[in-house]
Design a protein. Structure first.
Length: 49
């Protein structure tokens, strides 16, 4: 089964480095980061503190 979520949600600062790599490689997916921010977010990333 291939998953194709509409939105990928992450909370906290623990995955910020991993998300920085993944979000740039998957511009066709939307990401929501809660409680942290990426240093150089791409257009597919929304962050909320």
């Amino acid at each position: 089964m291939k998953l194709a979520p509409d939105l990928i949600i992450s909370t906290g600062k623990d995955l910020v480095d991993a998300l920085a790599l993944v979000t740039a490689s998957h511009l066709d997916r939307q990401f929501l980061v809660l409680g942290a921010e990426l240093a150089e977010p791409t257009a597919n990333v929304t962050a909320a503190n």
